[in-house]
Design a protein around this ligand. Structure first.
Ligand code: SF4
Length: 705
């Protein structure tokens, strides 16, 4: 047994340092099993994929081995919430308990940091002339004198959605890189330098893929050189990765370019080029292309397998796109005449050229290996992406250690990504590695999440991520689901395709919520169902039930979750929250405040989604069943995530209601139920209501005792 394995086992044991220092820490067999597998991966290299059910304690199961190994590591999360939790709570606590001299850094995407150069320019922009903007800008300027990190989160009162935000932060497009007059003091640059000097860097998947997909102009050191990478919330890797590895052209990018060219031209080269004429044409051609995509309600994705997006008039689209290509060429020509005057013009020229190349790409036929679509809302976004990240990611994760001078990196090239992520684990200043963990060789990759598939091979996750030869393990939740939770499928409800379905779901929710006094989360598969159920509850719930109805979108997610957590205590009303989309995961309310989760329909991927369809077609071409091998696993994973909101601790209890009769009547329903934790089944409405009454009685007695 290696020294690392011994130290980790001891730390997680009933007499270990965690049990002594962390209130409520209990050794858990699943956590120790996972930690041992992580140790093995750290020592031998390779890829480990772990699905760790709710309550396993997976964060400590990877953090303890990683920190004790002394190796440099990247820990990546899907959400900012977990990123902040790891950096501000979990890692500092472990570093203190384990007594390790470890430097930890948090690295966010560039839009989270103040851009000093753009802040100085913002004074001259049209937005800054808006009422209130001058005052807000003055506040930012004052703060900029005092901040060390430039992290915009320090600045209270400025919302990310504010129109000032993009004026004082940078994008990859508008950053001047090493040509910037404020490069030495640049907060993005300094944050990256700090990360480079740290032993553990907490990043997010967006940042990881942004680095993988593009070369940052003039900013050479992107991520530190590491041998160990851990992805938590790994179930989101494929979707986030596909987004970054594809090509995108949007009217937002085009209009921003037009605005920046006009502002910079007038400020630094007035009279040398007809900036108004140049940018008017660019702006008009962008808007004309959006108009050519037609009128649609809300946001739609149009399939694009031929010369033009489906349903779009070729006679309008083709000349509009051609016009845009020409407008971008003219913009480049105009900028080329002044590039010598200021680095700003050089960067604008590069932006115009990149967008011109994309416009040319979308003028040609789609790549048969990928998928292309047009996303139409008030804006227009053209997307061409790979179907998954398998190719790029398998090359990356299978590479062996090959240190590289970071200045030579080219993150758009998978070969250089391999080198970028390779590293020297024993560099000066790193805590000493334990056992064999510091050895050179294959890099170590750990992927974990509470939901990575609906069967033991975790193929739903490993295949699209190119991890088919990874070591895979499932660690089941320590919760006693058979005792703590019940599943009810109301078979008296109409079929999910029935137009009255949402109304019947709403009636069931009203009855249940009045019995329980709130404490209910309703998860819908569409925004329409969410609105109609929300409205029904708001108008029909008996005021005497003293239940507050919350609907997604009323307040930020964090605020809704806080209100929900407060529950019905201290004379406050209990809550029912109706939500869709992001609330299917990451909604964490342990205790009696949440005892009923109602799911309106089985969460099959939306029909007509171009990415889903292209993936299905590929599976069919491979001779497999698109339903059994794609649609069903997608639904199973989403259902598991939604159901996972119910039981969040050993003492929780509650009922999961799935208002979709297909779960009970169709043969595939059995597979979906097998993918869920093993809960007691409720047979019929009377048993459902009596279970709710029992929950109410138990909750009342636990509050009064
Ligand atoms: S280097 Fe880029 S991010 Fe930094 S101050 Fe300059 S423009 Fe802004």
């Amino acid at each position: 047994m290696s020294l690392l394995v011994q130290r980790v086992a001891e730390t997680l044991s009933s007499h270990g340092s965690l049990a002594q220092a962390v209130p409520g820490f209990q050794p858990r067999a699943g956590q120790t099993d996972m930690a041992m597998a992580v140790c093995q991966t750290l020592e031998q290299g390779g890829q480990l994929v772990v699905e760790a059910g709710t309550g396993v304690g997976k964060t400590y199961a990877y953090l303890v081995p990683v920190l004790l190994s002394g190796q440099r590591a990247l820990v990546s999360t899907a959400t900012k919430a977990l990123q902040d939790q790891l950096f501000s709570r979990d890692i500092p606590r472990l570093v203190e308990v384990l007594g390790l001299p470890i430097r930890v850094a948090l690295l966010k995407g560039r839009s989270n940091y103040l851009c000093l150069h753009r802040m100085e320019q913002a004074r001259h922009s049209a937005e800054a002339a808006q009422p209130g903007a001058q005052r807000a800008l003055a506040k930012i300027e004052t703060w900029s004198q005092a901040t060390r990190t430039g992290d915009m989160a320090e600045l209270s009162g400025l919302d990310e959605r504010s129109s000032l935000w993009p004026l004082v932060t940078s994008t990859r497009d508008n950053c001047l890189g090493s040509s910037c007059p404020r490069y030495r003091a640049c907060h993005v640059n300094l944050a990256r330098k700090e990360a480079m000097a740290s032993d553990v860097v907490v990043i997010n998947h967006h940042l990881f893929f942004a680095d993988m997909a593009v070369r940052e102009s003039g900013v050479a050191e992107l991520l530190p050189t590491v041998r160990v990478t851990v992805f938590d919330e790994a179930h989101q890797l494929n979707e986030i990765g596909v987004n970054f590895l594809g090509q995108q052209l949007s009217t937002v990018q085009l209009l921003e370019l037009s605005r920046d060219v006009l502002a910079t031209g007038l400020q630094l080269a007035r009279g040398l080029v007809d900036w108004h004429a140049l940018t008017d044409r660019l702006e008009k051609s962008s808007r004309d292309l959006r108009l050519a995509a037609g009128m649609h309600r809300g946001s739609v994705r149009l399939r694009w397998t031929d010369a033009v997006p489906e349903g779009v008039e070729s006679a309008e689209w083709t000349p509009a796109l051609q016009n845009l290509v020409q407008a971008l060429e003219q913009t480049q020509s105009g900028l080329e005449t002044v590039v010598e005057l200021a680095p700003d013009f050089q960067r604008l020229f590069e932006r115009a050229r990149e967008l011109g190349q994309k416009a040319a790409l979308f003028s040609n036929a789609p790549d048969p290996e990928g998928v292309r679509w047009a996303e139409v809302s008030a804006q227009l976004r053209l997307v061409e992406s790979p179907l998954d990240i398998a190719q790029a990611f398998s090359a990356l994760t299978k590479s062996v250690q090959a240190p590289l001078a970071l200045d030579d990196e080219d993150p758009s090239n998978p070969e250089s990504i391999q080198a970028l992520m390779a590293g020297d684990p024993c560099r000066d200043g790193a805590p000493q590695a334990l056992g064999a963990a510091g050895g050179v060789g294959q890099r170590a990759w750990v992927f974990t999440s509470a939901t990575l598939g609906d069967e033991p091979t975790l193929r739903w996750f490993t295949e699209p991520c190119g991890l088919t030869s990874a070591q895979v393990m499932q660690v089941t939740s320590p919760f006693d689901y058979a005792r703590q939770a019940a599943l009810y499928v109301p078979e008296h409800l109409p079929k999910p395709g029935d137009p009255g379905h949402a109304g019947h779901v709403a009636q069931l929710v009203v009855e249940a919520v009045e019995l329980l006094g709130g404490r209910t989360l309703v998860l819908t598969t569409t925004l329409n169902a969410m609105r109609s159920i929300g409205e029904y509850l708001q108008t029909r719930l008996d005021p005497a039930a003293n239940v507050e109805v919350l609907v997604q979108g009323q307040s930020p997610k964090r605020r809704l979750m806080e209100r929900f957590r407060e529950g019905a205590g201290d004379g406050r009303a209990g809550c029912v929250l109706v939500a869709s989309a992001s609330f299917w995961e990451g909604f964490d309310v342990p205790g009696n405040a949440l005892q009923l989760v109602v799911i309106d329909k089985l969460p099959f991927p939306p029909p007509g989604d171009p990415l889903f369809e292209a993936r299905s077609q590929r599976i069919t071409r491979e001779g497999r069943s698109a339903f059994a091998d794609h649609a069903l696993p997608e639904a199973a994973v989403a259902l598991k995530q939604g159901a996972g909101r119910l039981i969040r601790s050993e003492t929780d209890s509650g009922v999961l209601v799935v208002c979709d009769t297909r779960l009970a009547t169709m043969s595939y329903g059995r597979r979906l139920i097998r993918g869920l934790p093993e809960m007691r089944r409720l047979n019929g409405h009377p048993e459902f209501l009596s279970t709710l009454r029992q929950l109410t009685t138990d909750a009342t007695s636990s509050t009064t005792s």
